[in-house]
Design a protein around this ligand. Structure first.
Ligand code: GRF
Length: 186
């Protein structure tokens, strides 16, 4: 099976990146993670690039020249899927239009609920009994693209931000890969 090439964008700890890399090693998984991009050199997840021998770049997409060079690099590398995994920058319309229907994002709530930041805090302040995570296509509106897959998590009275984050992220590690299987099965 010839696997497509994917790039993962991160800004932080990169635990979803790690799960994607591990799952992508399964023979039947449709993609290989062949490039990692961060907007900051402080992203702890960059260590997985070294650990698994995957090239990494720190990119500032606000610089016009660098932006074009980066688009060319993605094309030259034959990247056919971009997975945002804790990437904290908003992608420009022009970037999104270059990779229409090829950018995915993971969000730690059951979208359309709780778009944006500070999700767990807002979920805990609500009276909701269930939350979860969502994998969706990226469009020009924040956390609003077509939903591919969601996984649910029960909110318990003992939950605080850390406990809830732990439970949701456990589901995220499965959800992202399942969503990728799903889109390539179609
Ligand atoms: C995840 O919880 C994801 O839902 C959100 O950012 C977090 C990234 O965590 N978009 P990590 O960097 O993958 O550990």
């Amino acid at each position: 099976m010839v696997k497509k090439k994917a790039c993962v964008f991160i800004s932080g700890s990169g635990t979803n990146l790690k799960a994607l890399i591990n799952n992508s090693r399964n023979y039947n998984f449709p993609i290989n993670i062949s490039y990692i991009v961060s907007n900051t050199k402080k992203a702890k997840g960059l260590k997985y690039g070294k650990l698994y021998g995957i090239p990494c770049d720190i990119i500032n997409l606000n610089n016009k020249l660098k932006f074009e060079m980066f688009i060319n690099k993605l094309k030259n590398k034959n990247i056919s899927l971009i997975c945002l995994a804790g990437y904290m920058k908003i992608l420009s319309k022009s970037f999104i239009s270059r990779f229409k229907k090829k950018i995915l994002n993971i969000h730690p709530s059951l979208l359309p609920k709780y778009k944006g930041l500070d999700t767990f805090n807002r979920v805990l302040k609500s009276k909701d009994k269930i939350t979860g995570c969502t994998i969706h296509y990226v469009n020009e509106k924040l956390d609003s693209g077509k939903i591919i897959l969601q996984k649910k998590v029960l909110i318990e009275s003992k939950d605080n931000i850390q406990k809830l984050k732990f439970k949701v992220q456990k589901q995220e590690y499965r959800a992202y890969s399942e969503a990728i299987y799903k889109i390539f099965a179609n």
